[in-house]
Design a protein around this ligand. Structure first.
Ligand code: MEV
Length: 312
């Protein structure tokens, strides 16, 4: 065992296919390297958790940290390490559709295996993260775990081997945080309720169409068709609205982005708050859109280049 174990993960952005991915449709996501989590694990006299909004005993941690609590308990019972201090430092805004819960689980599991000085296979990592995500999200597709633990964009279909692909297109993405906590768990559950309601068939139609749009988006990206990708994003937002996962705040920011030069815009992640994304052709246009979004109430914005020379 080492004195201290370190683990890292990053945030993620879903470009296309959120919610539909839970139903076996493909989705496109990429690691959002502008946001990161670092975790450490070390021996201690009792079980303690230190993060930005809680410092204290693991047992008394608030319910919102249940997925972390269960993960640490699970790992230490399996490997009989004795009491541990887990620390988490994060620049990923929590509950904003950037995969913070999966990223915490990835970073903690990596820190734990570093601490016990054992190799960690990707499959083992993903299985611990999935158990933790079941508590945080209810019914996770696994896309958040895949994108927060990797370095490459991914075309993801639940239960299939990962398909990494270069997200190289001459365009820029503006990511804007509404400042309002998203409700992924509730949104995923509400979509499931809609699927089993009298409108189930119509809801499934939107879900399949979202899957078809992910396929088209992959094609548009490989052929460097910016306007086509933007149109696909706009269409996806309409289907996501039908799934009831957008809200007024997201709609307003999407409208602002489109009115100030974005070619396409949609929510990203679980929705009902959280973040939205907007596509522009140039960096200058991205800056104009991002300023307009901040003026309209976005609490933070990021600009991500997607081109061959700008993706980083
Ligand atoms: C959450 O980031 C993405 C969802 O599709 C849920 C999931 O795939 O687990 C809404």
């Amino acid at each position: 065992m080492k004195t201290i174990g370190y683990g890292k993960a990053n945030g993620k952005i879903i470009l296309m296919g959120e919610h539909a991915v839970v139903y076996g449709e493909p989705a496109i996501a990429f690691p959002f390297l502008a946001t990161k989590i670092t975790a450490t694990i070390q021996s201690c006299d009792s079980f303690l958790l230190h993060c930005s909004y809680y410092k204290g005993s693991l047992e008394d941690a608030p319910e919102t940290l249940n997925s972390i609590k269960v993960l640490i308990n699970h790992l230490q019972t399996e490997y009989a390490t004795g009491p541990l201090l887990a620390t988490i430092e994060s620049t990923i805004p929590a509950e904003r559709g950037m995969g913070s819960s999966a990223a915490v689980a990835v970073a903690l599991t990596r820190a734990f295996f570093d601490f016990i000085d054992q190799p960690l296979a990707q499959e083992t990592l993903l299985s611990y993260v999935e158990q933790s995500e079941r508590i945080a999200h209810g019914n996770p597709s696994g896309i958040d775990a895949a994108a927060t633990s990797g370095q490459d964009p991914i075309y993801f279909t639940k239960g299939h081997p990962f398909n990494f692909f270069p997200l190289n297109i001459d365009a820029f993405l503006v990511v804007a945080d509404t400042g309002v906590k998203g409700q992924t768990r509730a949104a995923v559950k509400d979509v499931a309720n809609l699927v089993s309601s009298n409108d189930g068939q119509e809801i499934m139609r939107h879900i399949h169409l979202l899957g078809a749009l992910s396929k088209e988006a992959k094609e548009a990206i490989s052929e460097n068709q910016v306007q086509r990708l933007a149109d696909i994003m706009n269409e996806a937002q309409q289907h996501l609205t039908k799934l009831t996962v957008s809200n007024q705040l997201l709609d307003q920011l999407i409208q602002t982005a489109l009115a100030t030069g974005a070619l396409g815009a949609k929510l990203t992640g679980g929705g009902r708050g959280g973040c939205m994304i907007a596509l522009t052709k140039t960096k200058k246009e991205a800056q104009v859109v991002s300023q307009a979004l901040e003026k309209q109430g976005a609490v933070a914005t990021w600009i991500q280049g997607l081109g061959v020379h700008t993706y980083a």
